[in-house]
Design a protein. Sequence first.
Length: 95
Amino acid sequence: MLKPRNRHILITPDFIQNQQQREQVGILLPEDYSETKSKYCSAKVLDVSPDVSVSVKDNSDILVDRAMIEAIEHNGETSYMILENYVIAQIEDDT
């Protein structure tokens, strides 16, 4: 697993989580199907660079600018990172 540095946050975007869930359940979609994409998406924080100034913790949910998510392939795995500047909000549970 990659360790984020230089103000980056390692995340799992919600569209990746949703895709994995669909694959596990076995939902078939038409080939020409495309989801409506908003400018922002939620993401689960996996790890945070030590020099990040925004207060986000591992396993928290954040709202990020979808276009700024970086997909990084390394050793056959894809990791997703976002620069701290593109964290729009932290999502808190209402309960």
